[in-house]
Design a protein around this ligand. Structure first.
Ligand SMILES: Nc1nc2c(c(=O)[nH]1)N[C@H]1C(S)=C(S)[C@@H](COP(=O)(O)O)O[C@H]1N2
Ligand SMILES: [Mo]
Length: 199
C-alpha cells in the first residue's frame, strides 16, 4: 500500500485502508505499562519453553544465525491509532520454533523483561505473520519501542507485540496475559474490532 503525505493525520482518510475505529498516528507513540528496561544485546535472551518444560535459549548471536528479513507492515493499537507501512527487520518466529518438536502446543504466552505477558495462538506466530524484530526504520530498535528485541504480530492489535521479549512459553490451552486479564480481548483482531472481551 502507498500513502501520500496529505493523508497523514487526517481522522477519516479517504482511500486509506484502516480497520474500523482507527485513525492515523503522527509520529510513533510509545505505550508501556511500566518503566523501559535497558537490556544490552549481550545480556538479552529469549527462552522458548515447551509444554513438557524443555527450554531452548536464543541469545543475540543465535538469533542472528537465523535468516532475517525486512518487513513493511501496518500496525494498529487498541487506543485507536494506526501506523501504515512501518519498516522492521527481524527473524520469523517460525524459524525459532522450526527445530522444536511439541505436538501438544496450541497457544503461546509471550513474556517480557519487566513482567508483561500476552497470549497468542501458536498458529498466529507461524506462517510468516510474526517476527522477533531488532531494527525499526533501518536503525537498531530503540529501548522505548522494545529494543533490543520485541515480538511483532502486526495482524493483531499491537498489545500482542510484546516489547523486550524474553520468553515464548508453549501451552496446550489458552491463558490470559496482562491486558487480557484486565478485560481486553483474548485474540484482538483489529479488523473485527476485538478490543474487549465482550466484543
Ligand atoms: N513489554 C511490554 N510490551 C508491550 C507493552 C508493554 O507495556 N510492555 N505495551 C503494548 C501495547 S498496549 C502497545 S500499543 C505496544 C506499543 O508499542 P510502542 O510503544 O512501540 O508503540 O506495545 C505493546 N507491548
Ligand atoms: Mo496498546
Amino acid at each position: 500500500m502507498t500513502i501520500t503525505e496529505g493523508f497523514v493525520g487526517k481522522a477519516s482518510p479517504q482511500g486509506v485502508d484502516l480497520p474500523p475505529g482507527q485513525h492515523l498516528a503522527r509520529g510513533f507513540p510509545v505505550l508501556s505499562a511500566g518503566p523501559t528496561p535497558l537490556i544490552s544485546t549481550s545480556a538479552w535472551e529469549c527462552t522458548v519453553t515447551t509444554t513438557t518444560g524443555h527450554k531452548h535459549v536464543f541469545d543475540w548471536t543465535r538469533l542472528h544465525q537465523l535468516p532475517a528479513e525486512d518487513i513493511t507492515v501496518d500496525i494498529h493499537c487498541v487506543t485507536r491509532w494506526s501506523k501504515l507501512g512501518t519498516r522492521w527487520r527481524g527473524v520469523p518466529v517460525e524459524a525459532l520454533l522450526a527445530d522444536i518438536d511439541d505436538p501438544t502446543a496450541a497457544h503461546v504466552m509471550a513474556s517480557s523483561y519487566g513482567g508483561y505477558r500476552t497470549n497468542i495462538p501458536l498458529a498466529d506466530l507461524l506462517g510468516g505473520r510474526a517476527w522477533l524484530v531488532f531494527e525499526y526504520d533501518g536503525q537498531a530498535l530503540s529501548p522505548e519501542h522494545g529494543g533490543p528485541v520485541r515480538l511483532l504480530v502486526p495482524h493483531l492489535y499491537l498489545w500482542k507485540s510484546a516489547k523486550w521479549i524474553t520468553g515464548l512459553t508453549l501451552m496446550a490451552t489458552d491463558q490470559p496475559g496482562f491486558w487480557e486479564s484486565l478485560g481486553y480481548h483474548r485474540y484482538g483482531d483489529p479488523w473485527l474490532e476485538q478490543r474487549h472481551s465482550r466484543d
